[in-house]
Structures are given as C-alpha cells and as structure tokens.
Write a protein that binds this ligand. Sequence first.
Ligand code: 5U1
Length: 785
Amino acid sequence: MTPKKTADQAAPRAAELRAQLEDANYRYYVLDDPTLADADYDRLLRELEALEAAHPELASADSPTQRVGSTPAGTFAEVVHAVPMLSLGNAFTDEEVVDFVRKIVERLDVASPQFSVEPKLDGLAISLRYEGGRFVQGATRGDGATGEDVTLNLRTVKAIPMKLRGSGWPPALEVRGEVYMPLAAFKAYNEKALKEGGKVLANPRNGAAGSLRQLDPRITAQRPLAFYAYAVGVVEGYELPATHSATLKQLRDWGFPVSGESDVVAGSDGLLGYYRQMGDKRDGLPFDIDGVVYKLDDYAGQREMGFVSRAPRWAIAHKFPAQEQSTVLEGIDIQIGRTGAATPVARLRPVQVAGVVVTNATLHNADQIARLDVRIGDTVIVRRAGDVIPEVVRVVPEYRAPDAPEWRMPAQCPVCGSEIVREEGEAAWRCSGELSCPAQRKEAIRHFASRRAMDIEGLGDRYIEDLSDLGYLQSVADLYKLTLEDLLEMKRRADERDGTTPETVKAGKVATKWADNLLEAIDHSRKTTLERFLFALGIQHVGENTSKGLATWFGDLQLVRGLPWPLFKRVTDIGGESARAIGHFFDQPGNQQVIDALLERGVHIADSHAPSAKLREGLNLATLLVDMEIPKVTKIRADQLATAFADAETLRDAPEHAYITAGLPADSAQALASWLSVEENAQLLGRVGDALKRLDALTPASSASSAGPLDGKTAVLTGTLTALTRDEAKARLEALGAKVAGSVSKKTSFVVAGTEAGSKLDKAQELGVEVWDEAQLLTYLAEHE
Ligand code: 5U1
C-alpha cells in the first residue's frame, strides 16, 4: 500500500490541479478555445476531490470542486448595491437612435462620438464582488438598489472566475454582467427532461433566471449556465482606463468572458450599421439576444451626460422585434416520423414572430401538451429564437372558452389508420403500422437516401412522395430496381395527377436527363460502407455514432444482422435500450428480407473486416450474462456461473441446484431458473452462446498471433498529448496489437510525438523511424478500433 500523503505533501498537487481546472474553464469560456477534453477535466476534478476529501484543510470555497454546489442556505439574504445597478432606456426605431446620438453630440459638442457596442443578452443581470482578487459575493439586480445574495449559486457557474487572473487588480471590484443559458445547452437540457419525464424550461431566459433562484445550489449546478461581463460597479484603489471598451479588455484579461461580438463604432450610422449586422447574425448566434446596447465609450463623456432617474443618458438598448407573440391555436396535427413517433404539431393562426411568419409550432409530445394544458382554440404564446423550431411555450388562460375540451392523442394514425400506442415507460406515442404506414415508409426512404446515409443525390422529398404514392417504392430496396421507364412513367403520372402535363419535346428531354442522373446516383450509392449502411437502415436509437461503433467493433454486416441484442451492449456507449432496439430490428423477418433484397440488387459493403480486438477484450460468458440483464445475476454471480459451466448451453440446461453448487445464493439461483423457464429467455441464452462461439472463432484472443492491425509493431510515445493521456494512448495501441516500448531503436515501427517531444523524437529522426503526430494517431485509432 502507498503511504498516505500528509496535507503538506498534497498541497502543491491540489494547487496545481486547481490551476489546471481554472485554466481549462478560462480557455473554454473566455478564449472559446478549449484544450482539455471533457474526460480529462473530469479526471482532474475527481483527483482534486479525492485530495480535498482526504485533507479537508486543503478545501476552500473557491476550489473548482465547489462548482458542483454546496448545501442549501435556506433563504437569500438582501444585498444593497453600493453602486446602483442601472437599467437601460429602449429604442425601437432608427429615429430614436438618431435622437439619442443627437443629444450626446449637442451636449458634449463632439461631431461623431465613439460608442462601445455589444449584443444585449436575454438572461439575468448580476453583480459579482471580488476582494483581493477572490470572488466573495454575487447578487441579482433586484430593483437596482437591493438584490438577492446568490453567491452559492453563482459559484456553480463555471464561466465566472473564482479567482482573478494576472495581477494588479483592484483590492475591491464589482463586475456586472448577464447570466444566460446558451441555446444548444437549453435544447439539450429540455430534450433530456422530456425523455426522463422531468420539467422542461419555458425558454432560455426563464432557464437562467429560474436556475439562479434555486434555493439548492446543487440544482443550479445541473443547469448549463454561462456569463458575459459588460460593466463594473464598485472599483476601489484602482484607476480604470479612460474608456468602456478598454475596461472590457481589462476584464477579459482578468478572466471574465466578454462578448466576442462587442465593437467600437462612431455616430448614428455606426450604431445602425452594427444593429443591422447583429440582426443578420441573430439567428445564428449560440445565445438569445433581444437587442444591442450602445454605450458612449468615453467615461468622461458618460459622467457629463449623467442620468434620468436610474437610466443613463449615455447608453441605450436598441431592441429587436420580439421573439414571443400570442396567437390562436387552430388545431393540433399529428406528424408520423421515421420510427412511427406521433408528434403533435400546433397549427396556428399565422403570426409574425421575430420577422418571420409562423404557422406551425412544435408541442414536443403528448406529455408536454398535458403539462401546458393546451386546448384547441386557446390563445397561446409562441416563441421563435435562433434557428430553433418555433414552439408553443404557454397558454393565456384568460382567453379560454369555458367549454374547451382537454386534448387527447387520437386513437388512430391519421395517415394509415393503424392504432396509435404508447409503450410502457416511453414518452412517445407511436403509430403501430410500421412500414405499412406510408408516412413511416416515406420517412424511412428519405432517411435512407440522405447525405450522411446512402447519399443518393437528387432524390428529393417530392420524388419520394410521388414514387411512394404511385406505388413504385414499397421499401428502400425498391430504389435499386427502378428503371428509366419507371421514373419517366412516374413523372408523367404525377404531372397528369397535378394537371401540369408538359407535352413539349424540351420537357421530355429535361425529364430524361433528370431520370438518368437519378439512376446514376442510385447506382453510385450501391458501393457503401458498413457504417453508412447501418445508419441508413433507420434503426431506432441508431445515429451516426452508434452505427460507427457497430461497424468498427463487428466489421461485417452478415455478422451484425445475426447477433442477439446483448452482444450490442459490448460496444462502448451502447446501452440496454439501444441494444434491444438493434436486436429487435434484426429479429424482424421483414427487415431481414429488405436487407437481402438490397444485397441482391447490388448494394455492397466495401469495408468489411474482422471484429476488432477491442470486442475480444470483454467477450466472455460472464460479461454477456451481465449484459442480458438477468434478475439477481450480478457481475460476481455471472463470474461464478461462467467458471462453473463450460458454455451457455450447459448453463441453460442445468437444474437449479447446479447454480447453487456453482456458488450462487438461493435467491439468485431461483431468479435465474425462473428467468430461464420463459422460453424466449432460454432461446436468447442459446443464441448468445452461439454468437460467443462464432465470435471466438472470428476474433482470436489477444495473445494469439493476430490481435489486431498493429500486431508485431512496436510504438514509442513521446511528448505531451492533449486529447488523451499517455496511458490511454498506450492501452488503445495495445488493444490494436502494438507493443508500446519506452525507448526508440531500429526495431521501433513508429513514434507518436506530442508537443515538446525531445530526445526520442531526435533519435527517431536519426534512425529514419516513422513519426506520427497526435492527429495521425487519433485518425488511426478512429479508423481501426
Ligand atoms: N450588453 C449589455 N447589457 N446591458 C444591460 N450591456 C449592458 N449594460 C447595462 C445593462 C443594464 O447597463 C449599463 C448601463 C451598465
């Protein structure tokens, strides 16, 4: 056992870890240039947590470990703002902006004043107090004079520095800015909440404000909040620069995130130009903005302009059109997706929201409708932000008709009439028609042909509709039997149906060209990769990452399509739900027929290979027994069973007392016997046993001669790697069959050189040994694991 370190010995490492973690936050939030992978950040954080747990005297309130949230304080104390937190006057038109500038020009007698300009984030204004460079208190704006002490919650916001960077900061400093929720984080948070039946946030602004008002900081820590600094309050013992823009730069150097969109412009033309520029950018920004803010850049000028009540005469917010509008919900349509999910979509009385006419909005799912209590005929608030799909965020209950009935999911699919069902524990309702439902079939074909799947260029939505509606496509495999005559005939019938029959010779030539091109694109798609093919099949829960995992681990379609579901859990990041969905897909004879038809019609996988060495690592009866999720068969029990029984078949056919002889306690033995008494389970165990034997034959153990593509090769690692640790790199190279040595010799096959590589790199170059940089290593691993 290694002797426990004393606090004195542990202190330097704790300080080093804190510095590394704070630096990672700074690079991520301020410089927008992350260098530490999430897994490495977590590893360092866990190490620091362990050190602080072992030596509580090393813990401190501003340690990165405190970002997870401390115990709740109960209430929020009041904080009086020594320098009031101002509010801003608003301008809604160009004329109001011109007027704002005119007053400054007249009063200060300058021809074209300079303005510091920045986006106005839609979040919650806060004030952060630092003493001696350490964060000591954070408060909400409140009424501008008094706010609430939300220090514990703000400590969880990683974008807020707990210690200032650099040196020379004021002994006391207050920084003002906006806490907000980035749009992607908001979306991901809500998707997770919807999936888990949790409470969704109405919009990013409410998400930010509500999160800071949580009495339990541990809840705030779960919320993906960010921060931008835009002003200072109290500044003691320090002379600020002469302009606001220079102060922002100084704040950034001290470790505060400052909007990268801020700028300095001159006069009203400069302001209006900036407004239009940000208006154009608004939908693509990673956060919500409700306008832009103009501040006279020169502090002396600001002082001279003064205030009207709490609003400065030297600054103004120029607002964008509102992102929320009210309208009437005229109906709720049901859209059927590729996997049959029945999604309710709000049909709205057309309304302008942030400059775009909105007629449809998402309602997410039936639970969300129940939560919002939306009824047809209701006046609802619709929100459109960024490139997010418009959504109904709430109902205005005052305008509801007294007899408006509650909404219910229809019993039948509006497209095929099959029953709409909801499986136990699932949030989504589904049309049970599967591929007999034209809506699901069309979506499946659309997905199959899409760019990241089989990439059939030119097969647009309209042609998929027509080819399906006119009976040419019953399944994706029918794409590969389409002929030129079929396509021309389809086009003629579609034109006839739509009353648009073009009889000219030119139109005929255009149609033939289109059909030729499409047939060529279909032919081109025949040669594909396993990853694309599996993705194209549209299996529930199988996105690009999962299909890549399946392809790299198993390597061969004939193998994958025959495996029972527990085997899929062997692949990193595939859990029980996805594994079952993949197994279920391949267990359907109809799906197997489609795959057969695709192969018969010339689709071929160009990159088949043997199963990966990584698969081999965890491939044994014990792990598979755990993967099968048999009640009371834990890892220990599975190990006992695997030791006692030669194979899955013997285990399956053994009597209950044999499990006890193998070492299982009576309750586990009974649970296993009872599980196996279900025919389906016994069959599954038999299939898992067969699959294991098959894979054993295909993937010899790593000690055997062909462990992987790097078998027989010797690698040397040198320098610093950034995306993975040395140990990880070593383990992954070894998993592919390489031997990883400590020094370079003539026998070395290649050297992986990170940054600051030294003598080993020199030696490799001297001996003419192949050198890979980190990017090459990562590419190689990605392609061969
Ligand atoms: N971007 C930004 N938002 N915002 C809000 N700057 C800014 N300045 C404000 C407010 C209330 O007040 C200043 C006048 C300090």
